[in-house]
Design a protein around this ligand. Structure first.
Ligand code: SF4
Length: 108
């Protein structure tokens, strides 16, 4: 079963379907993810279209692994849902495009 990496990040404490391979393959920085704290489990990390994401974004603003989180999020499928590093799926699109453009400009 393919596990959404973001949901795996958020739900590993009680997601019995999560395999050991999923845990092993997870980037080390996720251990320090503020969104994994039990106090933030009820935060809306997957707001629907037009729903506010302020609470999740405020938590991300204080997270020490925000740069790593954003870099990782930009490697994921463009439609990957959820708030990552304070960004939404929609707001990540231009960032992903900028990273792609920069990569194309670099000499091989
Ligand atoms: S930046 Fe936000 S989504 Fe990313 S690990 Fe930190 S709290 Fe979680």
């Amino acid at each position: 079963m393919q596990v959404n990496p973001y949901r795996a990040l958020m739900e590993d404490r009680d997601d019995l379907a999560l395999s050991l391979a999923d845990l092993y393959d997870r980037p080390a920085w996720m251990r320090d993810a503020l969104c994994r704290e039990p106090a933030y489990r009820d935060v809306e990390w997957f707001p629907g279209r037009g729903q506010p994401a302020d609470e999740a974004q405020a938590i991300c603003a204080r997270c020490i692994v925000r740069p790593e989180c954003l870099a990782y999020a930009l490697t994921l499928d463009r439609d990957t849902p959820g708030i990552w590093a304070g960004t939404s799926s929609r707001s990540r699109r231009p960032l992903r495009a900028a990273v792609h453009r920069e990569a194309m400009r670099r000499p091989a």
